[in-house]
Design a protein around this ligand. Structure first.
Ligand SMILES: Nc1ncnc2c1ncn2[C@@H]1O[C@H](COP(=O)(O)OP(=O)(O)OP(=O)(O)O)[C@@H](O)[C@H]1O
Ligand SMILES: [Mg+2]
Length: 386
């Protein structure tokens, strides 16, 4: 029951900090410029605002160099913003206008880096107790020991307290890092690609373990990754970043099924694309004239009008390949390749100048060279500005 005590103390601290349970993090108008070697300035983060709610797991997803780490470090206080404000638990920790810049160690946050940065010469208990021993407010040895034991209980590794990091599995090391992050009683944890150094199989295990722990313990998290699967598996909410800005923010399902741009649709999964021109459109639906026939779909971008050049996008698993022509959205083509991939067969179908990838889990095998139709429901086609 000691773990309960610790969780309660986490919740209490939040209440005391903010009065009402507001967002854990509120970032407004954050900007950070870096000077390049040639003297020009480039915005690594350009006017980003967001809120992180209590217990929320938010993932910053984007390609290398898009500003994920810079944004996270500004929240942590490791990078000084050029503009904007950061509030943590209702307290302003950065505001250039108000001349406030609270140093990282006084921001009540915890950061977990690649490979967890555990001290190799310290036992699990010593690693977990490190933040308590190194802070200015002195705690007694017995207080430290109790808090460390509580933190180890939270992540279910009390029996490993005497082990050294190199005597443990990756998953156990992750738990130690988490225990160390949670030991001070703060509940905001920032992760910068902690799983990027481990192989794919282990990464999946660690990811699912992290999800269980976060959902159980309820800490709030911002997690940086460039891996879309990792983002999907972990996040309550994903912010897809593009060159220093948020391209779209939404639940994993939203960014996957309701992408508002080709950039997001392509970044969060495999997309088939077919360009065309709008022949008719209303607020929700539109019809495109394309090189391989007329295609109906749902409108995904704002302000589409008849005559606009747009792109129809559909996911490989939402289309089917058939010898039979459908009534609508039935594109004639030829099977160029059939790859059996285990859970599904990937067909490459050439339709005019366009080649589509379609995933079928039907057992019936279609032959390479067969004349077929790619059939897609209009509900599964998104029309996005080109
Ligand atoms: N200290 C610095 N000096 C100059 N430029 C920097 C500095 N730190 C980052 N940048 C630039 O800012 C941009 C954003 O970098 P950042 O590290 O935030 O990207 P990232 O999204 O975390 O990328 P990655 O996935 O590769 O870690 C990049 O163009 C980078 O070159
Ligand atoms: Mg980075």
């Amino acid at each position: 029951m000691k773990s309960m005590t610790m969780e309660k103390s986490v919740a209490k601290q939040q209440k005391d900090g903010s009065g009402a349970p507001g967002p854990v993090v509120r970032a407004s108008g954050l900007k950070k410029y870096f000077r390049r070697v040639d003297g020009t300035e480039a915005a690594a983060v350009n006017d980003v605002s967001f809120e992180l709610q209590q217990g929320e797991f938010m993932v910053l997803l984007g390609p290398s160099g898009c500003g994920k780490t810079t944004l996270l470090r500004m929240v942590a206080g490791l990078e000084v913003p050029d503009e904007g404000t950061v509030e943590i638990d209702g307290r302003t920790v950065f505001s250039r206008e108000e001349g406030i810049s609270v140093p990282p160690e006084r921001r009540q946050i915890n950061m977990i880096f690649q490979s967890y940065a555990l001290w190799p010469h310290m036992t699990v208990a010593q690693n977990v107790g490190y933040p308590l021993r190194s802070r200015s407010e002195k705690l007694s040895q017995s207080e430290i020991a109790e808090r460390v034991a509580n933190a180890l209980d939270l992540v279910h590794i009390r029996e490993l307290s005497g082990q050294y990091p190199d005597q443990m599995s990756g998953g156990q090391q992750q738990r130690v890092a988490l225990a160390r992050a949670l030991v001070s009683g703060t509940n905001l944890v920032l992760f910068d690609e902690p799983l990027s150094n481990v192989d794919a199989h282990v990464r999946e295990q660690l990811r699912s373990e992290l999800v269980h722990m976060q959902r159980d313990l309820g800490f709030s998290a911002i997690y940086v990754t460039h891996d879309q699967q990792e983002a999907m598996g972990l996040a309550h909410r994903i912010a897809v970043m593009r060159t220093g800005e948020f391209a779209q923010v939404g639940s994993p399902r939203e960014v996957y099924h309701e992408a508002t741009s080709r950039y997001v649709a392509n970044f969060v999964g495999v997309s088939n694309e077919l360009p065309g021109r709008i022949t008719s459109v209303n607020a929700d639906d539109g019809v495109l004239d394309t090189a391989v026939g007329s295609v109906a779909g749902r409108v995904g971008s704002d302000l589409l009008a008849a005559g606009d050049a747009v792109t129809a996008l559909f996911r490989p698993e939402r289309a089917s390949v058939s010898m039979l022509q459908g009534k609508q959205n039935s594109l004639p083509g030829v099977i160029e390749a059939a790859l059996f991939l285990g859970p599904h067969t990937e067909y490459e179908v050439q339709c005019g100048d366009h080649r589509f990838r379609i995933w079928e889990n039907d057992i019936a095998q279609l032959e390479v060279g067969a004349q077929v139709f790619v059939n897609i429901s209009p509900d599964d086609v998104r029309l996005l500005a080109s």
